[in-house]
Design a binder for this molecule. Structure first.
Ligand SMILES: NC(=O)c1ccc[n+]([C@@H]2O[C@H](COP(=O)([O-])OP(=O)(O)OC[C@H]3O[C@@H](n4cnc5c(N)ncnc54)[C@H](OP(=O)(O)O)[C@@H]3O)[C@@H](O)[C@H]2O)c1
Length: 240
């Protein structure tokens, strides 16, 4: 989805340059080569604290005005808690929680009135999910953190939007260790549609961006149904 955010933000006339971050620098370089002068690639692993030292130094040197901060890097591991190695759980927490928090923090001095923070959260943040436990919990953190940060930044005219899609057609499930549950396959949506909606909602200053009716219903269900009922439904949905 990060790539689709780059495509959308490239259309913004007031954005001079987009900084992209990922571990696979070759992919970033290939993208940057297509938009010389507008895209800049940083090959960094955001689970390493040293990456934030490096970025902080570049920010301090160049003092950019950040109009959009999109925290999209993320990962999940599908399976029961005991089926997944603890290092994999730690990776999910590190990239979804720690990296997003640190990136939000180091960018704060460079935001201005009208800047938008876009946090890639998930519909999983609405309910605990057996067989996707650390992922759903990490995204519940993202939503809570982002809501609080949005409140803190309100007086400066900076908004924070949590983007909460259901399953999206990206490489996410290739890295997730197990196939997407069959019941969820029917809900798969296109990345570009989620991203377009997210940009629209961020520009309107919405705290939540939920693409599609089914995810809006999941959001509502998470609010009104008792957690034990939600968990029983999730048990059925996550079964292979
Ligand atoms: N796809 C879905 O169904 C779905 C649904 C709801 C929410 N989301 C959320 O949306 C966001 C984007 O996911 P996606 O679907 O676009 O997944 P994706 O296709 O797997 O992309 C993940 C991106 O994160 C980068 N990344 C992963 N680990 C990193 C690290 N340690 N350091 C720096 N970059 C790292 C990856 O680049 P490198 O591997 O090159 O580092 C890649 O660009 C995630 O936060 C995800 O949780 C996804």
């Amino acid at each position: 989805m990060g790539k689709d955010f780059v495509r959308e933000i490239l259309k913004e006339r007031n954005v001079d340059e987009i900084w992209m971050i990922a571990r696979r620098g070759d992919r970033l370089d290939a993208m940057a080569a297509k938009e010389p002068g507008r895209l800049r690639a940083f090959t960094l692993d955001l689970t390493e604290m040293s990456s934030f030292d490096e970025l902080k130094a570049v920010l301090a040197e160049e003092k950019p005005q950040i109009l959009y901060l999109v925290n999209s890097a993320g990962a999940g591991r599908i399976g029961r808690v005991d089926e997944i190695d603890e290092k994999e759980h730690a990776f999910v927490v590190d990239i979804n929680v720690r990296a997003l928090t640190c990136m939000s923090r180091i960018c704060l001095p460079y935001l201005k009135k009208g800047s938008r923070i876009i946090q890639l959260c998930s519909g999983s943040s609405f309910l605990p999910q057996p067989e996707f436990a650390s992922y759903a919990a990490s995204k519940a953190y993202v939503r809570s953190f982002s809501r609080a940060l949005g409140q803190e930044l309100k007086k400066y005219g900076v908004t924070v939007t949590s983007v909460c899609p259901g399953p999206v057609k990206t490489e996410f499930f290739e890295a997730a260790g197990k196939e997407i549950a069959p019941a969820k396959k029917g809900f798969l949506v296109e990345s570009k549609d989620v991203v377009k909606q997210a940009m629209k909602d961020a520009k309107s200053g919405k705290a939540l961006s939920i693409y599609g009716t089914s995810m809006k219903l999941v959001h509502l269900a998470g609010k009104i149904l008792p957690t034990r009922v939600v968990l029983s439904v999730m048990d059925v949905l996550m079964t292979d």
